[in-house]
Ligand binder design. Structure first.
Ligand code: SF4
Length: 753
């Protein structure tokens, strides 16, 4: 059988994606396609599998399912699952390489403790735990219970997040702990909560295939979510694809309409579209009347955003604005999608709500192919949003609400006074808390703060002020581990059990199919070990394993919009091809014929989660960009994802030889040919990019995909955040990574950085 007949790397009339499709044929034939662990070509006979199991991928929020091929109980290979409603037999390069990145020389195999000479040296778990508890408890005794905090991740399982949040806040006396989801999803969380009454993305991936108009705002779906993009390409209706993005991204190139707006003019542009839709009476009055509040005020607000004015602000001409508004009006099923181009902004919440407003006013919500749909980033960002016990109390509840605290305390059989009565500081407030000497000890779990946090030089300086920094990670060499006093080695995806929740609210399983290296332990086991050593082990005696915690989370979810009491157990999740929340035991769930039919969307009845059942129109005047280009720093720096083969700080993807070949290893800066001429820069030349906060050396990539006056650097390289400006959305506290002023010049000598 030919390999080519089964491989699909170029699938569309509009463009290509780098994904490969498995088959539902015999396993041995599928293996021929494998570009991952054992390279392309025939798998050696000794590695032919004798069993197979399914689990969801551990990189991004798409939540693809992978068939793990086992031989003698050991994972030897993988292929994407054909019978799973998310990926339908596809995976992007990261998914194909999910096993490969587990094998790496820099996996943490033993705890490491910094000695008197400043070196990290191996210690046993007992010494590590004794040190962890002694040092943190001493800080609390000297500076107060709230002087230690944690920063967590969207990459561990929901059960681990819940145990960590409960351990730290109910057992260890911490109040402040936030997730790295603050860097990607906080804006959507707040936008949804304010507009819908709960953090509730309404869609199912089926909507990508059912829309006749797809509007993508600040989303390079083709690169950031390749399998979702593949679902767009599967759409049989020949949809209009409208991309709103300053860059001519891979997705914009494949779109039918690209609005190459000026950076951060998206809020004005969206209000301008609302203005046209109202002016032309292209709105759904009945839907607005029956299911929303605040429309009249919104109409008054957008009256100020006449097309001429919006054209001058955004750089998108009036004709093009009208064309988009007309397309939305003529569409029967219009879906609006956004991701980091919206979320990572100093006015992200109001921008996300401006998108929500368009869906509400045109009645494009709660029906197939519609919705105001935020796409998540990390594999378990949604688990973090609902069950991490960081800024929300477990189950999307409120720390400041005494009734919520009592409910949770009753379910967990703990004293309600153990539960903090205020929400946590957000990530940026914790970082500022270190600077203000309020936080003296920090525990970082599964995130690479020293690389990914905005304005890196300041961030490094702040981390170095801590009395005690503990980092828990799979790898012992990240930029953050290098600054740690104590390192705790953790198992990764594939080395432990639990659940993730994907972008479309689908709960999926991960399983232990490989042994963690050396003494590395599942995060779950590390948290339980800490509970014992800290002296609060009794409180978590029945948090014995991930599935026991899942059963607790079910009870905590009861009566909440994310109610999952109808999910019996892990086996049921597996049998149904993942289960989307809500799934209450009181709901009637028609058994479906096969997994592929298993998808649901929210708000089909027009009922939202506010007390009056209505969705709110929310709006505000756009604000000035805090650091516009000027005569000293004439370019605006945009950051974002570089390729589908790179994941965040590349802690994992840099470990795969295959993935390394699919993206540039060296940091590069995209610059428009016009600007390159002015600066005397040629492609592949070394250049210095400099902001008021720092400088870096990069290869120039001269390309018209960025507009004149703008440059683009991918976020995956450790130097990128030397340049960025620490500023935040006032409501979500999410960092605004995509706007700061820089200058670019040729390297004059090799010492020139
Ligand atoms: Fe994994 Fe995301 Fe790629 Fe799917 S799209 S294989 S979930 S990284």
């Amino acid at each position: 059988m030919s390999t080519n007949s089964r491989e699909q790397s170029s699938l569309s009339r509009r463009g290509t994606t780098i994904s490969w499709r498995a088959t539902d044929g015999p396993l041995t034939q599928e293996l021929v396609l494998k570009p991952g662990k054992f390279g392309l070509g025939q798998v050696p006979a000794a590695l032919q599998p004798d069993a197979m199991t399914q689990m969801v991928c551990g990189f991004c929020s798409t939540g693809c399912s992978l068939n793990i091929h086992l031989r003698c109980g050991k994972a030897v290979n993988l292929t994407p699952s054909v019978d799973y409603p998310v990926n339908l037999g596809m995976a992007c390069p990261k998914g194909w390489e999910a096993l490969s990145v587990l094998d790496s020389a820099d996996r943490g195999t033993t705890p490491l403790l910094r000695d008197g000479r400043g070196k990290l040296r191996p210690v046993g778990w007992h010494e590590a735990m004794e040190t962890f508890c002694r040092r943190f408890q001493k800080i609390q005794a000297l500076h107060g219970m709230e002087s230690i905090a944690f920063l967590s991740t969207g990459q561990i399982t929901t059960e681990e997040m819940a145990l960590l949040g409960a351990l730290t806040k109910f057992g260890m006396g911490m109040v402040d702990g936030d997730g790295n989801t603050r860097q990607c999803m906080a804006t959507s969380v707040v936008a949804y909560k304010q507009a819908f009454g709960f953090d509730a993305p309404p869609y199912t991936y089926q909507d990508f295939e059912e829309s006749d108009v797809i509007v993508l705002v600040g989303s390079n779906l083709c690169i950031a979510h390749p399998i979702m993009w593949q679902r767009v390409l599967n759409n049989p209706h020949g949809p209009e694809i409208i991309v709103v993005d300053p860059r001519r991204t891979e997705t914009a190139m494949a779109a039918t309409q690209h609005l190459a707006l000026r950076p951060k003019s998206d809020l004005a542009l969206l209000y301008g579209l609302a203005n046209i839709l109202i002016r032309e009476d292209w709105i759904d009055r009945q839907y607005i009347e029956s299911h929303t509040s605040g429309f009249n005020e919104f109409r008054g607000h957008v009256a100020e955003f006449a097309p001429d004015h919006v054209a001058s602000v955004s750089g998108v001409d009036v004709k093009q604005l009208y064309k988009v508004a007309t397309t939305i009006h003529e569409g029967r099923r219009v879906s609006f999608w956004w991701t980091m181009g919206v979320n990572q902004s100093y006015e992200g919440v109001r921008t996300a709500q401006a998108i929500i407003n368009l869906a509400l006013m045109t009645g494009n919500i709660g029906r197939p192919g519609t919705g105001a749909n935020s796409i998540t980033g990390q594999c378990n960002a949604m688990g973090s949003r609902l069950f991490s016990n960081t800024t929300n109390l477990l189950g999307g509840r409120d720390f400041a609400n005494a009734k919520d605290r009592r409910n949770v305390a009753d379910i967990l059989s703990i004293d309600a006074s153990c539960i903090p009565d205020r929400p946590s500081w957000s990530y940026n407030e914790i970082i500022e808390g270190i600077l203000r000497d309020k936080i003296k000890g920090l525990w970082i779990i599964g995130t690479n703060t020293a690389h990914s946090w905005i304005n890196q030089n300041t961030c490094h300086d702040i981390l170095d002020r801590l009395d005690f920094l503990v980092v828990q990670d799979m790898y012992s060499t990240t930029e953050t581990v290098r600054r740690a006093d104590l390192f705790l080695p953790a198992a990764g995806w594939g080395e432990k059990d639990g659940t993730f929740i994907n972008s479309e609210r689908r709960i999926g399983l991960i399983k232990k199919i490989a042994q963690a290296p050396g003494q590395a332990l599942a995060d779950f086991s590390i948290f339980r070990l800490i509970a014992e050593h800290w002296g609060c082990g009794k409180m978590f005696a029945d948090w014995s394993d991930p599935e026991a915690v899942f059963q607790k989370l079910k009870q905590i979810s009861r009566g909440q919009p994310c109610d999952i009491t109808g999910i019996r157990d892990y086996q049921m999740i597996e049998a149904r091809g993942g289960i989307q929340w809500p799934f209450a035991e009181t709901d009637h769930h028609t058994p479906r014929e096969g997994n592929l039919e298993n998808h649901r969307r929210l708000f089909e009845d027009g009922q939202f989660f506010h007390a009056d059942g209505r969705a709110k129109f929310l709006f505000e005047l756009p604000r000035e960009m805090p650091e516009s280009p000027n005569s000293h720093y004439p370019y605006l720096l945009l950051t974002g994802r570089g390729t589908a083969a790179q994941w965040h700080t590349q802690t994992r993807t840099a470990k795969s030889a295959v993935l390394q070949q699919l993206g540039p290893r060296q940091i590069y800066v995209e610059i428009n040919p016009q600007d390159a001429r002015v600066e005397g820069i040629r492609s592949s030349q070394d250049v210095i990019v400099e902001s008021q906060r720092g400088r870096l050396r990069a290869k120039a990539f001269v390309t018209p995909t960025v507009q004149p006056g703008q440059v683009f650097i991918p976020m995956h390289y450790d130097a990128t955040n030397k340049l960025t400006l620490a500023h935040f959305d006032p409501y979500s506290k999410q960092p605004s990574y995509k706007d700061c002023a820089v200058r670019v010049r040729c390297v004059e000598s090799w010492d020139d950085v």
